[in-house]
Design a protein around this ligand. Structure first.
Ligand code: CP
Length: 272
């Protein structure tokens, strides 16, 4: 697995552009600390250039080109879907997709590292993913699990949050069960993917959302040795009475974000 903590600092000074156009806590701090621990300097950019008199903010691709021309690598989370073709022709430094409208690849690496360090090789585990399967973290974890397949996979989501395009195909599909309710019995790992209320025809009311929350009743069905993980943030998907359960390991999972991002930056900046 990717682990950056044991790696020596990179040789020579380097800079990493953190072009954070999305709200972020864990990813931002993770990449920032990872850069410093590797011996580099993070350069934070939190908005595109705009001032009164400009008809609109400077376009994203112009911003990406400028930042990537001044740093050794660039880390980019955005609230829209990154156009890979456009990005690859505009960005002149190695770039990490740090979360866009449909993907969160480095979070999936953090998730898999947490699963394996907490419970062992994923190939031997029954993993449950509960919540919005169309969210970027769940999508990326499902993509990674198509390559590192669990023994069994149970997906739990309300209708409208389990788009067929995100469901497993191939060998993993044969080991996957899809439920429209939460059932934590027999899991080794419970991954709470989050379940936002949504808007319009995708809105899910509080009663339906509560069915997918982590409660003491749900935890009573979860096996003793299981662990509960989440990419965070979780807002109200956990009841107060459930928060103190020792099987909840999502803060230790979040702590691994620095190590994983060190390994990712190292691969980009010094691949040998
Ligand atoms: N898990 C995650 O990406 O958290 P942030 O959005 O706070 O970075």
């Amino acid at each position: 697995m990717l682990h950056g903590d044991a790696l020596p600092a990179l040789t020579g000074p380097f800079t990493v552009g953190l072009l954070f156009l999305s709200s972020s806590l864990r990813t931002r701090v993770g990449f920032s600390v990872a850069t410093v621990r590797l011996g580099g300097q993070p350069i934070e950019v939190s908005s595109t250039r705009w001032q009164t008199g400009m008809s609109e903010p400077e376009p994203f691709l112009d911003t990406l080109r400028v930042v990537s021309g001044m740093v050794d690598a660039v880390v980019v989370p955005v609230p829209f879907v990154l156009d890979r073709v456009a990005v690859s022709s505009w960005c002149v430094a190695p770039m990490v997709n740090a979360g866009d409208g449909v993907e969160h690849p480095t979070q999936a690496l953090v998730d898999l590292l947490a699963i394996e360090e907490e419970r062992g090789p994923v190939e031997g585990l029954h993993v449950g993913i509960c919540g919005d399967l169309t969210g970027r973290s769940a999508r990326s974890l499902l993509k990674l699990m198509a390559r590192r397949t669990p023994r069994r996979l149970t997906l739990m989501a309300p209708p409208g949050r389990s788009d067929p395009s995100v469901l497993p195909e191939g060998p993993l599909a044969e080991r996957t069960v899809v439920l429209d309710r939460a059932d934590f019995a027999d899991l080794d790992v419970l991954y709470l993917a989050g379940l936002a209320e949504g808007t319009g025809e995708n809105r899910i009311g509080p009663t339906r959302r509560a069915e997918f929350a982590l409660t003491r009743a749900g935890l009573a069905r979860l096996p003793e040795g299981a662990v509960v993980l989440s990419p965070l943030p979780l807002i109200d998907e956990v009841s107060e009475g459930a928060r103190g359960d020792p099987r909840i390991r999502w803060l230790a999972q979040s702590d691994r974000g620095v190590s994983v991002r060190m390994a990712v930056l190292r691969l980009l900046l010094q691949p040998d």
